[in-house]
Design a protein around this ligand. Structure first.
Ligand SMILES: [Zn+2]
Length: 99
């Protein structure tokens, strides 16, 4: 039984989203922007909206490729049909975690 898997990936992506929103807020408030620099309570909301708008476009190709890799390297079911090693194979462990 593999621990982690898709739920762990989801948590990692959510954490990446949170960090991206923080980075976007810092970028919007960057003094290097000069007169275009944003400040105030709206910065966090704008940053979250910007990252939320972009995230599906960033996640979709990544998740599609991970799904294709998962089909080739199942996390359970005896042995990996691609690697011919006991499941989860090293590729599945690298992609989806587990012990
Ligand atoms: Zn494999």
């Amino acid at each position: 039984m593999v621990t982690g898997g898709w739920s762990e990936l989801g948590r990692d992506l959510d954490e990446a989203h949170r960090r991206a929103a923080g980075a976007a807020a810092a970028g919007l408030a960057d003094p290097a922007l000069g007169s275009l620099r944003l400040s105030g309570e709206g910065v966090d909301v704008l940053a979250e909206a910007a990252v939320s708008s972009a995230t599906p476009f960033l996640r979709a190709p990544l998740l599609a490729r991970l799904a294709a890799a998962r089909a080739l390297h199942p996390e359970d079911g005896g042995s990996c049909p691609t690697c011919r090693l006991p499941a989860p194979c090293p590729t599945a462990r690298a992609l989806f975690g587990g012990s």
